[in-house]
Design a protein. Structure first.
Ligand SMILES: Cc1cc2nc3c(=O)[nH]c(=O)nc-3n(C[C@H](O)[C@H](O)[C@H](O)COP(=O)(O)O)c2cc1C
Length: 199
């Protein structure tokens, strides 16, 4: 029997041990990522989320350039762990860069002044949903991933290297690839502390 939606949600975990092989063609993975983002809800159906999908050498370039940016600010005696982390991301098959188009946010603020203050937050919330949708869709295909945040350090580099419009604000980076190790243990807090049910 095929897995339920909830089972797929439970399958998604943070995976840092990544390898290059993928269980499908690049075209298939691109379609999967595009569909996950395309069908994610957004306020007023504004579709503010954008993505750049980097495979192979392009993904390696992103993590290598990020490493060099970090080298300038991380103390030399602590750099070994940063170096190892960047290499582990580069070891994957690719990386998704998640953006929110600020022109869309501005357009909504002008069109619906009553909600102007809410649109930046709505955009971030929608972007988070898109990230979760992609992460879970990759998990469903047997692909591991993690969610990283090297903004704003890498913003200029990304805009220069991949000719991203200036209105695209970078929020997250998701390295992905085949699973090369087990997941870390995960604990859960008591449901009673998180949920209230009234009936
Ligand atoms: C909004 C958000 C930000 C996160 N930022 C990072 C991050 O910068 N680096 C990282 O390694 N993991 C990051 N994570 C992953 C969480 O640490 C991880 O999802 C959490 O510990 C639960 O583990 P799981 O993903 O295996 O379920 C982030 C997750 C979320 C939802």
């Amino acid at each position: 029997m095929s897995k339920t939606f909830l089972e797929h949600i439970k399958t998604r975990r943070t995976q840092y041990a990544l390898g290059k092989e993928l269980p499908g063609s690049q075209q298939e993975i691109v379609r999967l990522i595009q569909d996950a983002i395309k069908h994610t809800p957004s306020s007023f159906n504004s579709q503010s989320s954008r993505a750049v999908i980097l495979f192979g050498k392009e993904s390696e370039k992103f993590w290598s350039l990020t490493k060099e940016i970090l080298r300038k600010i991380v103390p030399a005696e602590n750099f070994a762990s940063t170096d190892a982390k960047m290499n582990s991301f580069a070891a994957g098959a690719g990386t998704v860069l998640f953006f929110e188009d600020q022109n869309v946010v501005k357009g909504l603020q002008e069109k619906f002044p009553l909600y102007a203050d809410a649109f930046p937050s709505f955009s971030v919330q929608s972007g988070g949903m898109a990230q979760f949708a992609v992460w879970t869709a990759l998990a469903e295909r047997g692909i591991g991933a993690s969610l990283q945040h090297y903004t704003p350090l890498v913003d200029d580099m990304v805009q220069t290297e991949w000719h991203v419009p200036v209105s695209w604000k970078l929020y997250a980076q998701m390295p992905f690839g085949v699973h090369k190790g087990p997941f870390a243990d995960k604990t859960f807090m008591d449901d009673n502390e998180r949920f209230k049910v009234y009936a």
